[in-house]
Design a protein around this ligand. Structure first.
Ligand SMILES: [Zn+2]
Length: 478
């Protein structure tokens, strides 16, 4: 086996036991990764994604401990085609977390990059208090509406969602954004709050917005606001508080119901939604779309929507009953993902759907003919086209390229927010149809961006939000 372990000895002497190391696996086909991905003790980020390389191979990024690397190395010793590579590129220091309150107790509004001169940068990531302070400043200075969400987190935090652009009638709101589900994915809440600030500032000043080489007119800004935006900037405040204080790449919430120490604490909120949540029942036994183990990064919780964060997220659909488009902001991959996430999409056999118990135990194996998830052809065209436009705009900013794809990719997930959004129409009588997306900003497993990456991510995602919203409006809001 041709491992690239040249620098291993240098690293081993400087890393703490249990520390997560950035690695990628390389293989000639994505099928080579299948067994590895099914191991729920490995950390593949939001969800495992294989990317094609220039030399016709595929890479799968992961965060692994030294023990896990040596285990995998041994396990695949006889498989020449799969190689394990450590990320040895020396990176600049990661962006700092703000230490004070730049928004002065909710009195000073955030100012985004779209309304400032090219080359302007933001010097740190918002701490949790600053996220709340920025939110309060938008409420105070721009009259943004605020909803106190009904469930306190495990550590007692109260969460808020804002609504802006379509007046006081909550049934007039069509676009829903959320961020901060996975704690370590730094910059998500910032991107959302700075973007909302940009829209409001441009609207007030009668100007457009500029993100790198991508520009938008004041008319476009006004049309996006008029669609009505609901935003939930920090879904997982307990997790983010812990991650920012520990620098431990913490992903889950901090609920201790299923485990009280180390990695056994917490639930993966993005496997906790009520969509095929009980994966052991719904999926093929060989698949691991989530985990029943509390110490896994994808621990699914104790019941569908058992977590306060998940319940708060869902409550927004009840409060804003006509939301039509949903975007969950994650990192790190460089993708826009659309439904479905449980199996390959198909548009021809309506009976093959997530509600049909005849297919329990058969879902999740991609590339087979046993089961594929039904999506009406018109919906498939709509969601795909909007995703394509979104990545084109993000690329046009001039920083880097992004890809669009179905969220299942090669490996299924259960209980994710984007699938939950889309599934409601069929699962809950009377529920509005919601197209659900996940935006994965940043580079693979690069959860803590450098300052330069943090600023580029703001430009890229904000252009992406603009284009996604405009494309959604063009497709239709009702
Ligand atoms: Zn994530």
């Amino acid at each position: 086996m041709k491992y690239t372990l040249g620098a291993a000895l240098i690293l081993q002497s400087s890393v703490a036991l249990g520390e997560l190391l950035h690695v990628h696996l390389k293989a000639p086909t994505t099928a080579h990764f299948r067994d590895i991905v099914r191991n729920d003790t490995y950390d593949f980020g939001c969800r495992p994604v294989a990317h094609s390389t220039d030399d016709g191979h595929f890479t799968l990024h992961a965060l692994l401990t030294e023990d896990q690397i040596s285990h995998l190395t041994k396990e695949y010793e006889s498989v020449d085609e799969i190689t394990i590579h450590r990320q040895m590129v020396k990176r600049a220091a990661t962006a700092p977390i703000g230490t004070g309150d730049r928004f002065k107790a909710g009195t000073v509004s955030p100012v985004g990059l779209g309304t400032q001169a090219s080359g302007t940068t933001i010097s740190s990531i918002m701490n949790v208090a600053e996220v709340n302070s920025a939110f309060n400043a938008l409420v105070k200075n721009y009259g943004v509406g605020s909803v106190t969400l009904p469930y306190k987190t495990f550590n007692g935090a109260t969460s808020y969602a804002g609504f802006v652009g379509a007046g006081t009638d909550k049934s007039a709101y069509r676009l829903y954004f959320s961020a901060g589900v996975h704690a370590r994915e730094r910059g998500g809440p910032d991107q959302l709050l700075y973007w909302i600030s940009d829209l409001l500032a441009a609207d007030k000043a009668g100007t457009g917005l500029t993100y790198g080489k991508k520009t938008y007119t004041n008319t476009q800004v006004k049309s996006i606001l008029a669609a009505g935006i609901v935003f939930f900037p920090l879904v997982n405040p307990d997790g983010v508080t812990y991650d920012q204080s520990s620098g431990s790449l913490w992903r889950k919430n901090r609920n201790t119901k299923s485990g009280s120490s180390g990695s056994s604490i917490g639930v993966d909120i993005n496997r906790n939604f009520d969509f095929l949540w009980n994966f052991r029942k719904y999926f093929d036994a060989s698949e691991s779309p989530a985990s029943t183990s509390p110490s896994s990064e994808t621990f699914y919780g104790t019941a569908a929507a058992s977590e306060a964060e998940t319940k708060n997220h869902v409550s927004i659909y009840d409060t804003f009953s006509k939301v039509r488009w949903f975007m969950d902001i994650h990192s790190a991959a460089g993708d826009i993902l659309y439904s479905w996430g449980d199996d390959d999409d198909q548009t021809t056999t309506p009976t093959q759907n997530f509600l049909n118990s005849a297919f329990d135990g058969k879902r999740g194996v991609t590339g087979d003919t046993v089961y594929k998830e039904y999506i009406p052809a018109a919906d498939f065209t709509n969601i795909k086209n909007v995703a394509a436009k979104t990545v084109a705009a993000m690329k046009a900013v001039g920083g880097r390229s992004y890809t669009a794809g179905q969220s299942v990719g090669l490996y299924p997930t259960s209980g994710a927010s984007d699938d939950y959004a889309f599934s409601r129409f069929w699962a809950k009588p009377g529920a509005n149809k919601v197209y659900g997306y996940t935006m994965e900003f940043g580079y693979s497993t690069n959860f803590y961006p450098t300052l330069s990456e943090f600023n580029q991510n703001i430009l890229d995602t904000n252009a992406g939000f603009m284009e996604w919203a405009l494309a959604a409006i063009a497709v239709g809001l009702d």
